[in-house]
Design a protein around this ligand. Structure first.
Ligand code: FAD
Length: 465
Protein backbone atom coordinates (compact mmCIF):
# COMPACT_ATOMS: atom_id res chain seq x y z
CA UNK A 1 0.00 0.00 0.00
CA UNK A 2 1.41 3.42 -0.92
CA UNK A 3 1.46 6.35 1.51
CA UNK A 4 -1.47 8.03 -0.15
CA UNK A 5 -3.55 4.82 -0.23
CA UNK A 6 -3.12 4.27 3.49
CA UNK A 7 -4.06 7.84 4.33
CA UNK A 8 -7.39 6.99 5.86
CA UNK A 9 -6.25 3.85 7.65
CA UNK A 10 -3.11 5.14 9.37
CA UNK A 11 -3.83 7.57 12.21
CA UNK A 12 -0.36 9.15 11.92
CA UNK A 13 -1.28 10.73 8.58
CA UNK A 14 -3.76 13.02 10.22
CA UNK A 15 -0.85 14.88 11.78
CA UNK A 16 0.34 15.94 8.33
CA UNK A 17 -3.00 16.99 6.90
CA UNK A 18 -3.97 20.67 7.12
CA UNK A 19 -7.68 19.94 6.67
CA UNK A 20 -8.16 22.78 4.18
CA UNK A 21 -11.42 21.39 2.77
CA UNK A 22 -9.97 20.88 -0.72
CA UNK A 23 -10.26 17.08 -0.72
CA UNK A 24 -14.07 16.94 -0.30
CA UNK A 25 -14.18 19.04 -3.50
CA UNK A 26 -11.87 16.66 -5.33
CA UNK A 27 -13.58 13.48 -4.15
CA UNK A 28 -17.18 13.25 -2.94
CA UNK A 29 -16.48 10.17 -0.86
CA UNK A 30 -14.62 12.44 1.54
CA UNK A 31 -16.05 14.92 4.01
CA UNK A 32 -14.38 17.20 6.51
CA UNK A 33 -15.28 17.59 10.16
CA UNK A 34 -13.96 19.37 13.22
CA UNK A 35 -12.69 16.44 15.32
CA UNK A 36 -12.49 16.11 19.08
CA UNK A 37 -8.96 17.57 19.07
CA UNK A 38 -10.50 20.80 17.72
CA UNK A 39 -8.93 20.49 14.24
CA UNK A 40 -10.44 19.73 10.83
CA UNK A 41 -10.01 16.18 9.64
CA UNK A 42 -10.79 14.53 6.30
CA UNK A 43 -12.90 11.42 6.79
CA UNK A 44 -14.51 8.86 4.54
CA UNK A 45 -18.28 9.16 4.20
CA UNK A 46 -18.54 5.37 4.03
CA UNK A 47 -16.15 3.46 6.24
CA UNK A 48 -14.85 1.37 3.36
CA UNK A 49 -14.04 2.92 0.04
CA UNK A 50 -11.43 1.60 -2.32
CA UNK A 51 -10.01 4.53 -4.22
CA UNK A 52 -9.31 3.98 -7.89
CA UNK A 53 -5.82 4.90 -9.08
CA UNK A 54 -7.28 8.00 -10.76
CA UNK A 55 -8.91 9.11 -7.50
CA UNK A 56 -5.63 8.60 -5.65
CA UNK A 57 -3.72 10.67 -8.19
CA UNK A 58 -6.27 13.48 -7.87
CA UNK A 59 -5.94 13.46 -4.07
CA UNK A 60 -2.16 13.38 -4.26
CA UNK A 61 -1.96 16.23 -6.74
CA UNK A 62 -4.16 18.55 -4.66
CA UNK A 63 -2.39 18.08 -1.34
CA UNK A 64 0.53 20.26 -0.27
CA UNK A 65 1.83 17.26 1.73
CA UNK A 66 1.66 14.59 -0.96
CA UNK A 67 1.93 16.54 -4.22
CA UNK A 68 5.03 16.01 -6.32
CA UNK A 69 5.06 19.77 -6.92
CA UNK A 70 6.46 21.91 -4.14
CA UNK A 71 5.69 25.59 -3.48
CA UNK A 72 8.76 26.75 -5.48
CA UNK A 73 7.60 24.86 -8.56
CA UNK A 74 4.02 26.14 -8.27
CA UNK A 75 5.30 29.70 -7.78
CA UNK A 76 7.74 29.47 -10.69
CA UNK A 77 4.92 28.64 -13.07
CA UNK A 78 2.86 31.56 -11.76
CA UNK A 79 5.37 34.36 -11.36
CA UNK A 80 8.71 33.72 -13.08
CA UNK A 81 7.42 35.14 -16.37
CA UNK A 82 6.83 38.66 -14.99
CA UNK A 83 9.40 41.29 -16.11
CA UNK A 84 11.73 42.43 -13.28
CA UNK A 85 10.63 39.64 -10.97
CA UNK A 86 13.24 38.75 -8.33
CA UNK A 87 13.70 35.65 -6.25
CA UNK A 88 14.97 35.04 -2.76
CA UNK A 89 15.29 31.56 -1.30
CA UNK A 90 13.39 32.54 1.84
CA UNK A 91 10.87 35.03 0.42
CA UNK A 92 10.18 33.33 -2.91
CA UNK A 93 9.39 35.41 -6.01
CA UNK A 94 8.67 39.11 -5.56
CA UNK A 95 8.25 42.34 -7.49
CA UNK A 96 8.17 44.73 -4.52
CA UNK A 97 8.70 44.57 -0.77
CA UNK A 98 7.01 47.14 1.47
CA UNK A 99 6.19 47.92 5.09
CA UNK A 100 3.34 50.23 6.00
CA UNK A 101 -0.33 50.78 6.66
CA UNK A 102 -3.58 52.04 5.19
CA UNK A 103 -4.36 55.74 5.74
CA UNK A 104 -7.81 56.08 4.20
CA UNK A 105 -11.00 55.05 6.03
CA UNK A 106 -11.11 52.86 9.13
CA UNK A 107 -9.23 49.94 7.57
CA UNK A 108 -6.24 50.19 9.90
CA UNK A 109 -8.32 50.93 13.01
CA UNK A 110 -10.53 47.88 12.45
CA UNK A 111 -7.70 45.57 11.40
CA UNK A 112 -5.18 43.34 13.15
CA UNK A 113 -2.09 44.97 11.62
CA UNK A 114 -1.92 47.77 9.03
CA UNK A 115 -5.28 47.03 7.39
CA UNK A 116 -4.09 45.82 3.95
CA UNK A 117 -5.87 42.45 4.43
CA UNK A 118 -9.21 44.23 4.00
CA UNK A 119 -8.16 47.27 1.96
CA UNK A 120 -6.82 45.23 -0.97
CA UNK A 121 -10.23 43.59 -1.42
CA UNK A 122 -11.96 46.99 -1.26
CA UNK A 123 -9.58 48.27 -3.92
CA UNK A 124 -10.07 45.26 -6.22
CA UNK A 125 -13.84 45.47 -5.71
CA UNK A 126 -14.15 49.23 -6.31
CA UNK A 127 -11.97 49.04 -9.42
CA UNK A 128 -14.21 46.24 -10.73
CA UNK A 129 -11.64 43.44 -10.81
CA UNK A 130 -13.72 41.16 -8.56
CA UNK A 131 -17.35 40.45 -7.65
CA UNK A 132 -16.80 38.62 -4.37
CA UNK A 133 -14.29 37.91 -1.60
CA UNK A 134 -13.67 34.53 0.05
CA UNK A 135 -12.46 35.21 3.58
CA UNK A 136 -12.97 34.29 7.23
CA UNK A 137 -15.87 35.76 9.19
CA UNK A 138 -17.97 35.06 12.27
CA UNK A 139 -20.21 32.03 11.72
CA UNK A 140 -23.74 33.48 11.48
CA UNK A 141 -25.21 30.14 12.65
CA UNK A 142 -23.03 30.31 15.80
CA UNK A 143 -22.30 26.60 15.35
CA UNK A 144 -18.61 27.55 15.26
CA UNK A 145 -16.88 30.80 16.11
CA UNK A 146 -15.57 31.49 12.58
CA UNK A 147 -15.81 30.04 9.10
CA UNK A 148 -14.84 30.78 5.50
CA UNK A 149 -17.61 32.87 3.95
CA UNK A 150 -18.19 34.92 0.79
CA UNK A 151 -18.73 38.70 0.81
CA UNK A 152 -20.46 40.40 -2.10
CA UNK A 153 -20.32 44.09 -1.12
CA UNK A 154 -18.04 46.53 0.69
CA UNK A 155 -19.90 46.36 3.97
CA UNK A 156 -19.62 42.57 4.04
CA UNK A 157 -15.94 42.75 3.04
CA UNK A 158 -15.16 45.12 5.91
CA UNK A 159 -17.08 42.96 8.40
CA UNK A 160 -14.49 40.22 7.76
CA UNK A 161 -11.42 42.14 8.93
CA UNK A 162 -9.12 40.89 11.75
CA UNK A 163 -7.04 37.78 12.21
CA UNK A 164 -8.81 34.66 13.43
CA UNK A 165 -6.59 32.11 15.19
CA UNK A 166 -9.23 29.46 14.71
CA UNK A 167 -9.59 26.34 12.52
CA UNK A 168 -11.40 26.91 9.23
CA UNK A 169 -11.95 24.94 6.02
CA UNK A 170 -13.00 25.85 2.49
CA UNK A 171 -15.26 23.07 1.16
CA UNK A 172 -18.53 24.97 1.69
CA UNK A 173 -17.36 28.17 -0.04
CA UNK A 174 -15.69 26.27 -2.87
CA UNK A 175 -18.97 24.53 -3.64
CA UNK A 176 -20.52 27.99 -3.99
CA UNK A 177 -17.72 29.09 -6.34
CA UNK A 178 -18.30 25.97 -8.43
CA UNK A 179 -22.02 26.71 -8.74
CA UNK A 180 -21.95 30.48 -9.02
CA UNK A 181 -20.01 32.10 -11.87
CA UNK A 182 -18.13 35.26 -10.89
CA UNK A 183 -14.73 36.79 -10.26
CA UNK A 184 -13.48 35.88 -6.81
CA UNK A 185 -10.52 36.87 -4.63
CA UNK A 186 -9.43 34.74 -1.71
CA UNK A 187 -7.27 35.09 1.41
CA UNK A 188 -5.61 32.27 3.33
CA UNK A 189 -2.62 30.92 5.22
CA UNK A 190 0.09 29.11 3.16
CA UNK A 191 -1.31 25.55 3.07
CA UNK A 192 -4.71 26.86 1.91
CA UNK A 193 -3.28 29.04 -0.84
CA UNK A 194 -0.96 26.29 -2.13
CA UNK A 195 -3.69 23.65 -2.16
CA UNK A 196 -6.06 26.07 -3.91
CA UNK A 197 -3.43 26.68 -6.59
CA UNK A 198 -3.08 22.89 -6.98
CA UNK A 199 -6.87 22.56 -7.21
CA UNK A 200 -6.94 25.24 -9.93
CA UNK A 201 -4.58 23.07 -11.98
CA UNK A 202 -6.91 20.08 -11.57
CA UNK A 203 -10.30 21.78 -11.96
CA UNK A 204 -10.24 24.71 -14.43
CA UNK A 205 -13.50 26.17 -13.12
CA UNK A 206 -11.61 27.40 -10.04
CA UNK A 207 -8.73 28.77 -12.10
CA UNK A 208 -11.18 30.73 -14.21
CA UNK A 209 -13.16 32.14 -11.26
CA UNK A 210 -10.59 32.72 -8.50
CA UNK A 211 -8.52 35.57 -9.87
CA UNK A 212 -6.58 36.89 -6.87
CA UNK A 213 -4.87 34.94 -4.08
CA UNK A 214 -3.92 36.97 -0.98
CA UNK A 215 -1.65 35.14 1.46
CA UNK A 216 -1.14 35.61 5.18
CA UNK A 217 2.14 34.81 6.91
CA UNK A 218 1.31 32.11 9.46
CA UNK A 219 3.54 31.18 12.41
CA UNK A 220 1.31 28.16 12.92
CA UNK A 221 -2.36 27.23 12.96
CA UNK A 222 -4.21 26.72 16.23
CA UNK A 223 -6.86 24.21 17.26
CA UNK A 224 -10.29 25.40 18.47
CA UNK A 225 -9.14 24.79 22.06
CA UNK A 226 -6.81 27.80 21.88
CA UNK A 227 -9.81 30.15 21.89
CA UNK A 228 -11.59 28.16 24.62
CA UNK A 229 -8.54 28.29 26.83
CA UNK A 230 -8.02 32.05 26.39
CA UNK A 231 -11.68 32.70 27.19
CA UNK A 232 -11.63 30.34 30.19
CA UNK A 233 -8.76 32.32 31.70
CA UNK A 234 -11.00 35.40 31.37
CA UNK A 235 -13.85 33.66 33.22
CA UNK A 236 -15.85 32.33 30.23
CA UNK A 237 -16.20 28.55 30.29
CA UNK A 238 -15.79 26.40 27.13
CA UNK A 239 -19.01 26.37 25.04
CA UNK A 240 -20.04 29.72 26.52
CA UNK A 241 -17.71 31.78 24.33
CA UNK A 242 -19.65 33.78 21.71
CA UNK A 243 -17.16 36.27 20.34
CA UNK A 244 -13.40 36.70 20.40
CA UNK A 245 -11.19 39.48 19.06
CA UNK A 246 -7.69 37.97 19.07
CA UNK A 247 -6.00 41.24 18.14
CA UNK A 248 -7.44 44.25 20.01
CA UNK A 249 -5.01 47.13 19.65
CA UNK A 250 -3.89 48.76 22.90
CA UNK A 251 -2.99 52.45 22.39
CA UNK A 252 -0.67 52.42 25.43
CA UNK A 253 1.47 49.50 24.30
CA UNK A 254 3.58 48.56 21.25
CA UNK A 255 1.88 46.64 18.42
CA UNK A 256 3.46 43.41 19.69
CA UNK A 257 1.59 43.66 23.03
CA UNK A 258 -1.99 43.55 21.90
CA UNK A 259 -5.06 42.60 23.96
CA UNK A 260 -7.76 40.00 23.42
CA UNK A 261 -11.45 40.71 23.93
CA UNK A 262 -13.87 37.88 24.67
CA UNK A 263 -17.65 37.87 25.14
CA UNK A 264 -19.80 35.06 26.46
CA UNK A 265 -22.22 33.87 29.05
CA UNK A 266 -21.11 34.24 32.68
CA UNK A 267 -23.64 33.56 35.47
CA UNK A 268 -26.59 33.89 33.09
CA UNK A 269 -25.54 37.19 31.51
CA UNK A 270 -23.33 38.14 28.55
CA UNK A 271 -20.03 39.60 29.72
CA UNK A 272 -17.21 41.19 27.70
CA UNK A 273 -13.69 40.94 29.09
CA UNK A 274 -10.44 42.41 27.80
CA UNK A 275 -7.01 41.12 28.84
CA UNK A 276 -3.51 41.79 27.65
CA UNK A 277 -2.01 38.75 25.94
CA UNK A 278 1.13 39.04 28.11
CA UNK A 279 -1.05 38.12 31.11
CA UNK A 280 -2.44 34.99 29.48
CA UNK A 281 -0.93 31.54 29.94
CA UNK A 282 -0.11 29.80 26.66
CA UNK A 283 0.00 32.94 24.50
CA UNK A 284 3.74 32.71 23.78
CA UNK A 285 3.65 31.63 20.11
CA UNK A 286 7.13 30.12 20.37
CA UNK A 287 5.90 27.56 22.89
CA UNK A 288 3.27 26.33 20.44
CA UNK A 289 0.27 25.68 22.67
CA UNK A 290 -2.59 24.04 20.70
CA UNK A 291 -0.49 24.05 17.53
CA UNK A 292 -1.99 22.08 14.65
CA UNK A 293 0.62 19.32 14.12
CA UNK A 294 0.80 19.78 10.34
CA UNK A 295 2.19 23.30 10.88
CA UNK A 296 5.47 21.73 11.98
CA UNK A 297 5.93 20.10 8.58
CA UNK A 298 5.57 23.04 6.20
CA UNK A 299 8.53 25.14 5.06
CA UNK A 300 6.52 27.91 3.39
CA UNK A 301 6.95 30.95 5.64
CA UNK A 302 6.09 33.69 3.15
CA UNK A 303 3.06 32.11 1.47
CA UNK A 304 5.11 31.82 -1.70
CA UNK A 305 2.28 31.02 -4.12
CA UNK A 306 0.17 34.09 -3.21
CA UNK A 307 -0.18 37.18 -5.44
CA UNK A 308 0.32 39.35 -2.36
CA UNK A 309 1.57 38.18 1.02
CA UNK A 310 0.74 40.13 4.17
CA UNK A 311 2.19 39.83 7.63
CA UNK A 312 2.92 41.92 10.69
CA UNK A 313 5.85 44.30 10.43
CA UNK A 314 7.61 42.94 13.52
CA UNK A 315 10.50 45.37 12.97
CA UNK A 316 12.01 47.91 15.34
CA UNK A 317 10.92 50.90 13.21
CA UNK A 318 7.29 49.77 13.07
CA UNK A 319 6.46 47.55 16.05
CA UNK A 320 6.36 50.42 18.55
CA UNK A 321 3.37 51.90 16.74
CA UNK A 322 0.37 50.38 18.53
CA UNK A 323 -1.87 50.95 15.48
CA UNK A 324 0.04 48.26 13.57
CA UNK A 325 1.87 47.91 10.27
CA UNK A 326 2.07 45.24 7.59
CA UNK A 327 4.89 43.80 5.59
CA UNK A 328 3.82 43.34 1.96
CA UNK A 329 5.35 40.99 -0.61
CA UNK A 330 3.96 41.82 -4.04
CA UNK A 331 4.12 39.15 -6.76
CA UNK A 332 1.32 40.24 -9.08
CA UNK A 333 1.98 43.34 -11.26
CA UNK A 334 -1.65 44.49 -11.13
CA UNK A 335 -1.61 44.50 -7.32
CA UNK A 336 1.74 46.32 -7.46
CA UNK A 337 0.14 49.01 -9.66
CA UNK A 338 -2.83 49.42 -7.28
CA UNK A 339 -0.45 49.89 -4.34
CA UNK A 340 1.70 52.39 -6.26
CA UNK A 341 -1.34 54.43 -7.29
CA UNK A 342 -2.81 54.49 -3.75
CA UNK A 343 0.58 55.47 -2.34
CA UNK A 344 0.85 58.43 -4.75
CA UNK A 345 -2.71 59.45 -3.74
CA UNK A 346 -1.58 59.24 -0.07
CA UNK A 347 -4.41 56.78 0.66
CA UNK A 348 -1.83 54.36 2.04
CA UNK A 349 1.66 54.78 3.48
CA UNK A 350 4.28 52.26 2.38
CA UNK A 351 8.07 52.28 2.64
CA UNK A 352 10.20 50.22 0.27
CA UNK A 353 12.18 47.73 2.35
CA UNK A 354 14.93 45.23 1.53
CA UNK A 355 14.99 41.43 1.66
CA UNK A 356 16.91 41.55 4.96
CA UNK A 357 14.15 43.57 6.65
CA UNK A 358 11.42 41.27 5.40
CA UNK A 359 13.33 38.26 6.65
CA UNK A 360 14.15 39.78 10.03
CA UNK A 361 10.45 40.68 10.52
CA UNK A 362 9.84 36.91 10.86
CA UNK A 363 13.23 35.76 12.17
CA UNK A 364 11.87 33.33 14.79
CA UNK A 365 9.45 31.88 12.25
CA UNK A 366 12.26 31.20 9.73
CA UNK A 367 14.43 29.64 12.42
CA UNK A 368 11.71 27.23 13.51
CA UNK A 369 10.00 26.54 10.19
CA UNK A 370 12.98 26.27 7.84
CA UNK A 371 16.30 26.09 9.73
CA UNK A 372 15.25 23.55 12.34
CA UNK A 373 12.85 21.52 10.20
CA UNK A 374 15.59 18.99 9.50
CA UNK A 375 15.59 17.96 13.16
CA UNK A 376 11.82 17.38 13.14
CA UNK A 377 12.09 15.36 9.92
CA UNK A 378 15.00 13.33 11.30
CA UNK A 379 12.85 12.45 14.31
CA UNK A 380 10.11 11.14 12.02
CA UNK A 381 12.65 9.10 10.10
CA UNK A 382 13.92 7.59 13.34
CA UNK A 383 10.37 6.64 14.32
CA UNK A 384 9.99 4.95 10.94
CA UNK A 385 6.80 6.85 10.10
CA UNK A 386 5.86 8.77 6.96
CA UNK A 387 8.30 11.63 6.25
CA UNK A 388 6.99 14.46 4.05
CA UNK A 389 9.32 15.65 1.31
CA UNK A 390 10.41 19.21 2.02
CA UNK A 391 12.57 21.83 0.32
CA UNK A 392 14.28 22.76 3.61
CA UNK A 393 15.48 19.82 5.57
CA UNK A 394 18.90 18.80 4.29
CA UNK A 395 20.87 21.36 6.25
CA UNK A 396 22.98 20.62 9.31
CA UNK A 397 21.28 19.70 12.55
CA UNK A 398 20.66 22.40 15.22
CA UNK A 399 22.83 22.43 18.37
CA UNK A 400 21.97 20.53 21.56
CA UNK A 401 19.97 23.33 23.19
CA UNK A 402 17.93 24.10 20.05
CA UNK A 403 17.12 20.39 19.69
CA UNK A 404 15.72 20.42 23.23
CA UNK A 405 13.70 23.56 22.36
CA UNK A 406 12.24 21.64 19.41
CA UNK A 407 11.49 18.61 21.64
CA UNK A 408 9.69 20.79 24.17
CA UNK A 409 7.66 22.58 21.49
CA UNK A 410 6.49 19.20 20.24
CA UNK A 411 5.58 18.05 23.75
CA UNK A 412 3.70 21.28 24.47
CA UNK A 413 1.70 21.08 21.27
CA UNK A 414 0.82 17.36 21.68
CA UNK A 415 0.12 17.54 25.42
CA UNK A 416 -1.95 20.70 25.26
CA UNK A 417 -4.62 18.83 23.24
CA UNK A 418 -4.58 15.86 25.64
CA UNK A 419 -4.67 17.78 28.92
CA UNK A 420 -7.14 20.42 27.77
CA UNK A 421 -9.72 17.72 27.08
CA UNK A 422 -9.10 16.33 30.57
CA UNK A 423 -9.43 19.83 32.06
CA UNK A 424 -12.85 20.16 30.37
CA UNK A 425 -13.92 16.81 31.87
CA UNK A 426 -12.81 18.00 35.30
CA UNK A 427 -14.27 21.48 34.69
CA UNK A 428 -11.00 22.96 35.93
CA UNK A 429 -8.67 24.94 33.68
CA UNK A 430 -6.08 25.10 36.46
CA UNK A 431 -5.65 21.32 36.06
CA UNK A 432 -4.45 22.06 32.51
CA UNK A 433 -1.98 24.71 33.71
CA UNK A 434 -0.65 22.35 36.41
CA UNK A 435 -0.03 19.61 33.83
CA UNK A 436 1.68 21.97 31.38
CA UNK A 437 3.77 23.90 33.94
CA UNK A 438 6.78 21.56 34.02
CA UNK A 439 7.17 21.75 30.20
CA UNK A 440 6.83 25.53 30.23
CA UNK A 441 9.35 25.75 33.07
CA UNK A 442 11.94 23.68 31.14
CA UNK A 443 11.27 25.73 27.99
CA UNK A 444 11.83 28.99 29.88
CA UNK A 445 15.05 27.65 31.44
CA UNK A 446 16.40 26.84 27.96
CA UNK A 447 15.59 30.35 26.76
CA UNK A 448 17.16 31.89 29.85
CA UNK A 449 20.27 29.82 29.17
CA UNK A 450 20.39 31.06 25.56
CA UNK A 451 19.92 34.69 26.69
CA UNK A 452 22.73 34.43 29.26
CA UNK A 453 25.08 32.88 26.68
CA UNK A 454 24.27 35.66 24.18
CA UNK A 455 25.00 38.31 26.85
CA UNK A 456 28.30 36.60 27.78
CA UNK A 457 29.35 36.53 24.12
CA UNK A 458 28.62 40.27 23.90
CA UNK A 459 30.65 40.98 27.07
CA UNK A 460 33.57 38.90 25.72
CA UNK A 461 33.51 40.85 22.44
CA UNK A 462 33.42 44.15 24.40
CA UNK A 463 36.39 43.14 26.59
CA UNK A 464 38.44 42.19 23.50
CA UNK A 465 37.81 45.67 22.02
C1 FAD B 1 -3.32 31.53 12.04
C2 FAD B 1 -2.57 32.79 11.70
C3 FAD B 1 -1.24 32.92 12.09
C4 FAD B 1 -0.52 34.08 11.74
N1 FAD B 1 0.81 34.16 12.07
C5 FAD B 1 1.53 35.25 11.69
C6 FAD B 1 2.93 35.34 11.97
O1 FAD B 1 3.53 34.43 12.55
N2 FAD B 1 3.60 36.46 11.56
C7 FAD B 1 2.96 37.47 10.90
O2 FAD B 1 3.61 38.44 10.55
N3 FAD B 1 1.64 37.40 10.61
C8 FAD B 1 0.91 36.33 10.99
N4 FAD B 1 -0.42 36.25 10.68
C9 FAD B 1 -1.04 37.35 9.88
C10 FAD B 1 -1.41 38.57 10.72
O3 FAD B 1 -1.99 38.16 11.93
C11 FAD B 1 -2.43 39.46 9.98
O4 FAD B 1 -3.54 38.69 9.64
C12 FAD B 1 -1.88 40.07 8.73
O5 FAD B 1 -0.80 40.90 9.04
C13 FAD B 1 -2.97 40.90 8.00
O6 FAD B 1 -3.37 41.93 8.83
P1 FAD B 1 -4.22 43.14 8.27
O7 FAD B 1 -4.36 44.19 9.31
O8 FAD B 1 -3.63 43.58 6.98
O9 FAD B 1 -5.61 42.44 7.92
P2 FAD B 1 -7.12 42.76 8.25
O10 FAD B 1 -7.54 44.01 7.56
O11 FAD B 1 -7.37 42.63 9.70
O12 FAD B 1 -7.83 41.55 7.47
C14 FAD B 1 -7.54 40.21 7.75
C15 FAD B 1 -8.06 39.37 6.61
O13 FAD B 1 -7.65 38.02 6.82
C16 FAD B 1 -8.77 37.15 6.84
N5 FAD B 1 -8.52 36.10 7.84
C17 FAD B 1 -8.53 36.21 9.18
N6 FAD B 1 -8.23 35.04 9.76
C18 FAD B 1 -8.04 34.16 8.77
C19 FAD B 1 -7.70 32.79 8.72
N7 FAD B 1 -7.54 32.06 9.83
N8 FAD B 1 -7.56 32.19 7.51
C20 FAD B 1 -7.74 32.90 6.37
N9 FAD B 1 -8.07 34.22 6.35
C21 FAD B 1 -8.21 34.83 7.53
C22 FAD B 1 -9.93 38.04 7.24
O14 FAD B 1 -11.17 37.50 6.83
C23 FAD B 1 -9.56 39.34 6.53
O15 FAD B 1 -9.99 39.31 5.19
C24 FAD B 1 -1.17 35.12 11.03
C25 FAD B 1 -2.51 34.99 10.67
C26 FAD B 1 -3.22 33.82 10.98
C27 FAD B 1 -4.67 33.69 10.55
Amino acid sequence: MTDIESLFTRKEFQSFDFGTGIWPIVNNNIEIKLNDDGVYENILKKEIHNFSSEELINLQETSCVFSNKNESEVAEKLFSKFPNIKHNKRIGYYLNLFAGHVIEGDFRKNASSGGFGTWIFKELFEKDYIDAVIHVKEDPTKEKLFKYDISYNLEEIQAGSKTKYYPVEMSEVLNVVKDKPGRYAVIGVPSFITELRLLCEKEPVFKERINFFIGLVCGHQKSAYFSDFLAWQCGIEPNQLEHIDYRKKNANLPATSYDIEVSGMVDGAIKTITKNTRDLYGYDWGQGFFKVRASDYTDDVMNETADLTLGDAWLQDYANDSLGNNILIVRNPLIGALIKEASLDKRIKVDIIGEDKVISSQSGHFKHTQDELNYRLAKLEKKGTFVPRKRWGQKKQPNFVRKRVQDLRELISVNSAIYFKKAIEKNDYKYFIKRMNSLVFMYNVLYLDQRIKRKLRKVKRYIKI
